[in-house]
Unconditional design. Structure first.
Lengths: 386, 226
């Protein structure tokens, strides 16, 4: 038994604010949510910018440690609302996150705002995906199974693929997939210490790139087996791979990306020429940019479909990135338009990767390819079909 | 998810020692120290030096040893490993490294080199790299230990026809006490095949409430008979 899996509802919270519309408008108008740091200025990081959630956009002041929960609940509720999902008695949840509500593990920055936690849980006081999944499910009154996956920055697409498998096989009818991650001292200092933060807003694929910009947010999709609930888009296929060449670095030859894309296309039963646009992982590190471009070029066997990335606008939202960026890819299909790569002036990657320089109208907008990667050599690709 | 996959190999690192269906069987008394071993354990066990093992965190050390004890290369060819998924579940995640990294933050002497290991999936990169596993990689976070979710996820991969082999693992390592949490240092790794012609070395732990524990017991029983 293998059934089609449709997108029935969507929701997002990002550096632009709360809501999918404001995210999509921001992307297509070329605005950048990567701005001078404000809330996160409380701790040192080797950059002056980040795509922080605008203060008050969730209606009230939210403690940093509660942001992953609150953003996830907001995005999840929006997805449920769009789908008109009133019956939640059997609705499953899959959470994608890197570090859940971890916020410095009770460091001095957060002592003034102690978190409310189940005191008996083994990881009480620590960020942990499984517990955050339970908290999200409780707040959204979801009474199905709550699962969580943490494959670093590929978590979002991994979670969508997991949900697709469960629905396609008949194990579940509908699953809410939510990705969420917030900025905190732990994350910003960590990436800063690795020397991969661009001091300015990042410029993926550009000759002058200097690294990534971080962001925070949540993205949600309600997936359903029922075509009548569809927004007009389905998951046509997906594929995963591991570079298996370095623990934290990328395969410069793009082997993992190539395999993930080939597997996704094979699963979707389409050829490279059937892909109309690509939403790239596009972090802005040289290693990722080269690996991704080379891998796509090999998988396409020539010039790629028109491609874009949005981390120069939303920042890298880590475990939320796969969901947020898949929503943008779907918006591009709906608008029949590929947005420009913000900040791209002089491309410096494999020329087979066809990067959008301006907002470009598509003559055909049927299928979008989304790519994501994460520490541990993890690569994911997914095909959305309108 | 109808036919159970075949179990081709099992490796275990726990309080007793390091055991595997590859034939490896060694107690911590023999090795010196306790689970998940120290920087010398790899050399003691396998008689060869490993350039990176001494630098690994406890979680990664446990899964690396269990994977070696499993003998992945004895049951999967290089070509098969190109298409093999790596799926793990953990209830403790990277808690040890989280704590160590946070203490470095508080001292303002940030241990940047360990930051990537605060991400649960990073240690999987080590396994993928060591054994050439180039299939999909999934790291599941579970509320309690040994829920068997990684085994179910492997079955879902097989049911979807996406691949024929998976390396599936449980890893829970926390060698430092924290409130309300017992110390633990355990990893169980197994190799699964959906090939109907493959022969399972032990029965599939269908009714087991703690399936990885069942696999570990089966591994002990098998190695005791070898």
């Amino acid at each position: 038994m293998s059934r089609s899996v449709f997108i029935a509802g969507r929701g997002a919270v990002s550096g632009y604010g709360a809501g999918l519309d404001i995210l999509v408008e921001g992307i297509f108008s070329g605005l950048r949510a990567v701005r001078p740091r404000a809330r996160t200025l409380a701790f040192q990081a080797l950059t002056d910018v980040a795509a922080e959630l605008p203060a008050g956009c969730l209606g009230e002041e939210v403690a940093e440690i509660e942001l992953p929960l609150r953003m996830a609940v907001h995005a999840g509720q929006a997805a449920l609302d769009e789908a008109g999902a009133s019956d939640r008695s059997n609705l499953d949840l899959i959470l994608a996150t890197t570090k859940a509500e971890l916020s410095g593990l009770g460091s001095a920055d957060n002592e003034a705002q102690p978190p409310t936690r189940p005191p008996t849980h083994p990881t009480a006081g620590l960020g942990f995906p499984a517990r955050l999944a339970q908290r999200i499910a409780t707040q959204l009154r979801l009474r199905g199974v709550a699962s969580s996956v943490s494959t670093a920055c590929a978590s979002g697409v991994t979670a969508l693929a997991m949900a697709e498998r469960r629905i396609a096989s008949g194990e579940a009818e509908r699953i809410l997939v939510v990705g969420t991650d917030a900025l905190n001292r732990f994350i910003m200092t960590g990436f800063g210490g690795m020397g991969i933060l661009d001091p300015e807003p990042c410029r993926p694929f550009d000759l002058s790139r200097r690294g990534i910009s971080l962001g925070e947010g949540a993205g949600a999709m309600l997936l359903s087996a029922d075509a009548r609930e569809s927004i007009g888009v389905r998951i046509a296929g997906h594929g995963g791979a591991n570079d298996a060449c370095h623990v934290t670095g990328c395969d410069r030859e793009g082997g993992g990306v190539e395999r993930a894309v080939r597997r996704a296309l094979e699963h979707a039963r389409v050829a490279p020429a059937d892909i109309d646009l690509i939403h790239l992982h596009g972090t802005g590190t040289k290693a990722n940019d080269f690996s991704e471009a080379t891998g796509i070029g090999k998988a396409f066997g020539g010039t790629s479909a028109l491609a874009f990335g949005t981390k120069s606008q939303t920042g890298h939202t880590l475990g939320a990135a796969g969901l947020i960026e898949s929503l943008i890819a779907i918006a591009a299909l709906e608008r029949s338009c590929v947005p420009a790569n913000a900040g791209l002036i002089e491309p410096n990657v494999d020329p087979l990767l066809q990067l959008a320089r301006d907002n470009e109208a598509l003559t055909r907008s049927r299928r979008a390819l989304k790519i994501a990667g994460g520490f541990g050599g993890i690569q994911q690709a997914m095909v959305f079909e309108a | 998810m109808t036919t159970s996959p075949a179990i081709l190999a099992i490796g275990v690192v726990d309080a007793h020692g390091v055991h595997g269906t590859s034939g490896l069987r060694s107690s911590w008394n023999e090795l010196g120290g306790e689970s998940p071993g120290d920087r010398r354990t790899f050399t003691k066990l396998f008689g060869r030096r490993d350039p990176t093992f001494r630098r690994l965190d406890g979680q990664t050390r446990a899964i690396v040893l269990a994977a070696e004890a499993c003998g992945i290369s004895q049951v999967l060819s290089v070509e098969e490993r190109d298409e093999t998924a790596l799926i793990t579940e953990t209830s403790r995640g990277s808690i040890e490294i989280d704590l160590r990294y946070t203490r470095s933050l508080e001292r303002d002497v940030v241990e940047a080199a360990i930051f990537p290991y605060t991400l649960q999936s990073t240690c999987l990169g080590d396994i993928a790299l060591r054994h050439g596993l180039r299939g999909p990689t999934v790291c599941l976070s579970t509320e309690t230990t040994d829920e068997g979710e990684a085994l179910r996820e492997a079955q879902r991969f097989f049911a979807a026809g996406a691949l024929r082999h998976a390396v599936v693992a449980l890893t829970d390592v926390q060698t430092e006490s924290i409130p309300s949490a017992d110390r633990t240092a355990r990893s169980v790794v197994c190799v699964l095949s959906s090939d109907p012609k493959a022969t399972s070395i032990v029965p599939w732990p269908q009714a087991s409430k703690r399936p990885f524990e069942g696999l570990a017991e089966a591994c002990y029983a098998r190695s005791a008979n070898q």
